[in-house]
Design a binder for this molecule. Structure first.
Ligand code: SF4
Ligand code: SF4
Length: 380
């Protein structure tokens, strides 16, 4: 199963923040020109015909400024109207201004931002002042009618406060989307903040339980996705499908990459939008072939795993970036995926197939089960 066509636009790799576990570069890094937006339009006109979602990502995409969005959004929306573009933006919100919020609101651009929990947990890992700057931007965005959701990165330090972090999201009425901190590709101590896969697996099971105990008051997007994967037997987010060929990222200079995570790594450039490369030309590039090799590797390495249909070896970036492009294993988070997929399967089978009297008795004495989550997800 393929994920929908998704083009990530990276207006700059620069970022004013300095999160301890991040890889973006300093503010002052080059900004995409509007000519490149025109090149994206020319490229896509001859490239694909199916609906597209554009996500502005970074670095910090708001560094491009209000004028960039005032020009880029109508160009993409009007000149590619046959692709019925949807838009999204991922930002720490520090540089949100009423002018940028107006430009985004005109195209109903939903925003994903990042906060790692209460200030005393967030700021030690994201930098002093982060919490206040992000919430100031959040207030501007909300006052212009923009929707904001937060991603929470769990590090090996913040995971010790998982209960507090879950309560923070629930008490604020924020749906939680989480990321595990990855080993850093810069600096001398890559594991300093990284969340080990075993702990990530236990965190997902913890969140499943807390979510079920508070099913009417909370939302954990990753758990929704994982339950949906198991129930439908298909991956429903990029991590659990073959993302190649449906996800692309465009760097500030128009370079085309397999995903935003590779932007800025020259060895992963597949082409440039100014050359309007065809699918065949991109498929002839080294990064594309490497991603295909990874897919074939997953077919054999994960061949005996009962979760392969809706896991697909996880994220190729996680698997190949830390080894400098050598395929030496699947996504190291495999341990976490197995843990949570096993748990959901076990609970789902028990709830669906045990005799009605046993399941009625169990329901009376326990919290809602994963089938209650399935009902919640399908009723949306
Ligand atoms: S490389 Fe990873 S993060 Fe990027 S689209 Fe693929 S699965 Fe998603
Ligand atoms: S859980 Fe692990 S072994 Fe199974 S498909 Fe996913 S990555 Fe492969």
């Amino acid at each position: 199963m393929k994920n929908p066509f998704h083009v990530m636009i990276i207006p700059t790799l620069g970022c004013p923040g300095n999160c301890a576990y991040c890889w973006s570069s300093e503010e002052g890094s080059p900004i995409m020109s509007i000519d490149t937006i025109h090149d994206i339009v020319r490229w896509l006109k001859s490239f694909r015909t199916d609906p597209v979602t554009f996500t502005f990502h970074g670095g910090e995409p708001l560094l491009a400024g209000a004028e960039f969005y005032r020009q880029a959004l109508p160009i993409l929306a009007d000149e590619l109207s046959e692709l019925t573009p949807d838009f999204a933006l991922q930002s720490n919100l520090w540089r949100m201004t009423p002018e940028i919020a107006d430009a985004l609101a005109a195209y109903h651009v939903p925003i994903g931002s990042s906060i790692d929990g209460p200030k005393e947990i967030n700021d030690p890992q994201r930098g002093d002042g982060y919490y206040e700057k992000t919430f100031a931007g959040y207030e501007i965005a909300r006052s212009h009618g923009l929707t904001v959701r937060f991603i929470c990165t769990f590090t090996n330090k913040s995971v010790l406060h998982k209960e507090e972090i879950f309560n923070f999201f629930m008490d604020h009425g924020f749906p939680m989307k989480l990321h595990p901190a990855l080993p850093s590709l810069r600096g001398d101590s890559p594991q300093e903040w990284a969340l080990p896969p075993e702990e990530y697996g236990e965190l997902l099971v913890f969140l499943l339980d807390r979510y079920l105990e508070n099913i009417d008051r909370s939302e954990v997007m990753n758990i929704n996705d994982l339950v949906r994967c198991v129930f439908t037997r298909h991956g429903t987010v990029c991590t659990y499908v073959d993302c190649m060929a449906n996800t692309f990222a465009i760097g500030p200079d128009g370079g085309i990459y397999p995903c935003y995570r590779f932007v800025g790594m020259p060895e992963y450039v597949m082409g440039n939008v100014s050359d309007c490369p065809s699918l065949e030309e991109l498929a002839d590039s080294k990064p594309w072939k490497l991603m295909q090799e990874y897919k074939a590797y997953v077919d054999s390495a994960c061949g005996d795993c009962s979760h392969i249909r809706y896991c697909r070896g996880g994220c190729p970036y996680n698997a190949i970036a830390p080894t400098e492009g050598r395929i030496e294993g699947v996504d190291p988070h495999c341990i976490a995926y197995r843990r949570i997929f096993d748990e959901i399967n076990l609970r789902m089978n028990r709830e669906m197939f045990e005799t009605p009297t046993v399941s009625a008795r169990r329901r009376q004495r326990t919290k809602p089960g994963v089938m209650a989550l399935v009902q919640k997800i399908v009723s949306k």
